[in-house]
Design a protein around this ligand. Structure first.
Ligand SMILES: [Zn+2]
Length: 350
């Protein structure tokens, strides 16, 4: 099969005769990958010395077709599925018992700890499959994972109708986070970024754009909220200064979610810290997504909302075949042109 292999840092090689990797756990099933998105973490992993090991096939945001009938009859060849990429490896852990897999200490992960979906076929645990509803486009379904991460963060908060929301970061996860804020009841949602193109997309989708290159984002938010500040803020960018902005733009009794992986060190001055205490702000950390409680879990909810209330098509800048995988990765890394969500198409017909 075709497989895009990270042979060492900054070195992707397309193999045309790669073997299908063995199953990483029992009760696995063969799937044919349909589409797989490039995540920001893949850039760090593949081009910033961030890989666990070499060689590695990256790719954890994917949709697929089941490629064989499941023994238990739950899936048939051809079924369309999204795949939760985290695989528990120690069934005695409490988080395994509760199904809160993101809290496991020991786990495997497609595309980072074991080979992932920038390849035509993969064996994945049946438990990790989520059927894709008929109304959802197969390429869009490859964005189920980042959409679930966005939803997971938003679900930390207690949003009430009429709230003012802000998301810092206008990339795909930030934009989807803003959409979830609205779906949950925020009346207005502002998105902060320095990228005009991403802000334009956000504006066209009904969000208030704030370009923090030209404006003080904190001041802008207070201006938009009658000097009250934002009720719900999500930091989805990952810079020390944007974490501080998130806290400083929050209203009294606000909730703030830290979603971005920080690059650098977060420092807060006495004045800002005291302000945070006096305004009685709640800060949540968030990571990954949840596949419980079944039916109302992050993944099933995303798939029910996708291509309806949750729009991902405007966020996709490129869809390319795996033959162009290496080139598109290099273009993203070197910022040769505007890229937003980049998706590698593995199946000819979707
Ligand atoms: Zn990711």
């Amino acid at each position: 099969m075709k497989s895009l292999v990270l042979e060492n840092n900054q070195n992707l090689v397309l193999h045309s005769n790669a073997a299908i990797p063995d199953a990483v756990t029992e009760n696995s099933i063969l799937v044919k990958v349909a589409a797989c998105g490039i995540c920001g973490s893949d850039i760090k992993r593949g081009f910033g010395n961030g890989a666990y090991h070499y060689p590695l096939v990256m790719g954890h945001e994917f949709s697929a077709y089941v490629a064989e009938d499941a023994e238990d009859g739950r899936y048939k060849k051809g079924d369309r599925v999204a795949v939760f990429p985290l695989v528990p490896t120690n069934t005695s852990e409490p988080a395994y018992q509760t199904g809160d897999y993101a809290q496991l200490k020991e786990y495997n992960y497609f595309g980072s700890r074991c080979d992932g979906a920038f390849a035509e076929f993969l064996r994945v645990p049946i438990k990790n499959l989520f059927p894709i509803p008929d109304h959802v486009d197969m390429v869009h379904a490859s964005m189920t994972e980042p959409a679930a991460v966005a939803l997971h963060g938003v679900r930390k908060m207690h949003i009430t109708a009429g709230d003012f929301g802000v998301v810092i970061g206008a990339g795909p996860i930030g934009n989807m986070t803003a959409q979830w804020l609205k779906i949950h009841g925020c009346k207005d949602v502002a998105i902060v970024d320095i990228d005009d193109k991403k802000l334009k997309i956000a504006e066209e989708m009904g969000f208030i754009p704030i370009n923090s290159k030209h404006t003080d984002a904190v001041e802008a938010v207070f201006k938009l909220t009658n000097d009250q500040g934002a009720n719900r803020v999500v930091e989805a960018c990952g810079l020390p200064q944007t974490f501080l902005q998130a806290i400083n733009m929050a209203s009294r009794n606000a909730e703030v979610v830290f979603m971005g992986n920080i690059i650098g060190e977060f420092k807060i001055e006495e004045k800002d810290f005291s302000n945070m205490l006096r305004r009685e702000i709640t800060i949540y950390g968030t990571w990954n997504s949840k596949t419980v409680p079944v039916g109302n879990d992050d993944w099933s909810t995303v798939l029910n909302y996708m291509d309806k209330e949750l729009q991902v098509a405007p966020l996709i800048s490129d869809i390319v075949p795996i033959e162009q995988g290496k080139e598109i990765f290099n273009s993203v890394v070197e910022k040769r042109k505007f890229h937003n969500k980049v998706i590698i198409k593995l199946a000819d017909k979707l």
